[in-house]
Design a protein around this ligand. Structure first.
Ligand code: ZN
Length: 199
């Protein structure tokens, strides 16, 4: 940012490193921050640091949480015979919002993508397989995105799990191809869940 330099230039540069923030957005955010009350900026910075320090993966489903186990895993009221596999915590939140699902989740934190060099060992698949061998699971619902990576991941997991005898299903199409699950409305998600097909 040659026009600004110094502190504002540094701030724009850091903000521009965030995903989805282009150089225009980085400038807009930086100017917004400069004009915020000093206490509000301190609170924002503090929240970022404490979230980074305190948030960890749930020891069971791998979603992000403050404690060893997330609220869903520790609720005791969820159906433990069903696990829904999602790519990230935002997808988990999208399904929770529908209020139509009472099982547990497993968050992969990504999807298999040979073109990006992301293999099975780069996502939380080992943790899922470990759960399947220790928990009384009857059905695995694969709710990865309908992108190429999501489909590849679904197929891979299906092949891995089918020999164990656990029922493997895939959420129904109707979730737009390539669309991130978090942007799909609740009615569509509920329908995709109800219309899931066995793999
Ligand atoms: Zn959990």
């Amino acid at each position: 940012m040659e026009y600004y330099g110094g502190h504002i230039g540094d701030l724009i540069e850091e903000l521009g490193k965030l995903p989805g923030v282009g150089s225009k957005s980085a400038q807009r955010l930086a100017f917004h921050i400069i004009n915020m009350p000093k206490e509000a900026v301190e609170r924002l910075a503090q929240r970022m640091v404490s979230a980074r320090e305190n948030v960890r993966y749930c020891k069971r489903c791998c979603t992000l949480t403050d404690k060893d186990y997330c609220p869903i895993c520790s609720s005791g009221a969820r159906d433990e015979s069903t696990i829904m596999v999602v790519e990230n915590p935002r997808d988990l939140a999208a399904y929770e919002k529908t209020g139509q699902y009472s099982g547990t989740y497993h968050v992969l934190h990504g999807a298999i993508s040979p073109s990006l060099g992301i293999g099975p060992s780069d996502i939380r698949l080992k943790e899922l397989m470990q759960r399947l061998s220790t928990e009384p699971v009857k059905e695995l619902i694969i709710a990865t995105n309908s992108s190429l990576e999501g489909e590849t991941t679904a197929m891979y997991i299906s092949k891995l799990v089918k020999p164990t005898g656990i029922r493997v299903s895939r959420i129904a199409s109707g979730v737009p191809v390539g669309g991130d699950l978090e942007y799909v409305d609740e009615v569509t998600l509920s329908r995709a869940l109800k219309g899931r097909v066995e793999l």
